[in-house]
Design a protein around this ligand. Structure first.
Ligand SMILES: [Zn+2]
Length: 145
């Protein structure tokens, strides 16, 4: 069941995410979503190097993340979500994603957008931590213009 505020993004951002996932395939791609603080409105996708260079896990490169977050802050925007790709599984959170999303330094409001490529039809789905169950729930992805 899809619940909660949708993640809204342009077709351009959607294509950029899938393109980045294909670019680094078979490794997992990652990046962040930039938008107004507390919103689900994506103004842009910023790809970030996967510091793990792995086909199974990802870690946002810390230096690149800091640069991207600082730039957003200067524009009065915020990192509103994290993006990564799955290359062996559907675009649903893995047990690793579920535990990463609950780490103390990860904002609980973040959207977790997962692009699945190389496995079935390419797709992008979004999820958030549900404060009540503490599990992750899928939220709708709405494409704007
Ligand atoms: Zn994952």
């Amino acid at each position: 069941m899809l619940t909660g505020s949708p993640l809204r993004l342009t077709r351009t951002a959607w294509l950029q995410i899938l393109a980045e996932a294909w670019r680094v395939y078979p490794e997992e791609a990652c990046g962040v979503l930039i938008g107004p603080s507390g919103s689900g409105e994506v103004l842009r996708f910023e790809p970030i190097t996967n510091a793990d260079a792995s086909t199974r896990v990802f870690t946002l490169d810390g230096r690149e993340f800091a640069r991207v977050a600082l730039r957003a802050d200067r524009e009065d925007l915020d990192v509103i979500g994290v993006v990564h790709s799955h290359t062996h599984t559907p675009a649903a959170p893995s047990p690793t994603d579920e535990s990463e999303a609950r780490k103390p330094l990860v904002p609980p409001s973040w959207y977790w957008a997962i692009a699945s490529v190389g496995w079935g039809e390419p797709e992008l789905r979004a999820h958030r931590v549900d404060p009540e169950s503490a599990g992750m729930v899928e939220t709708p992805v709405v494409l704007t213009h």
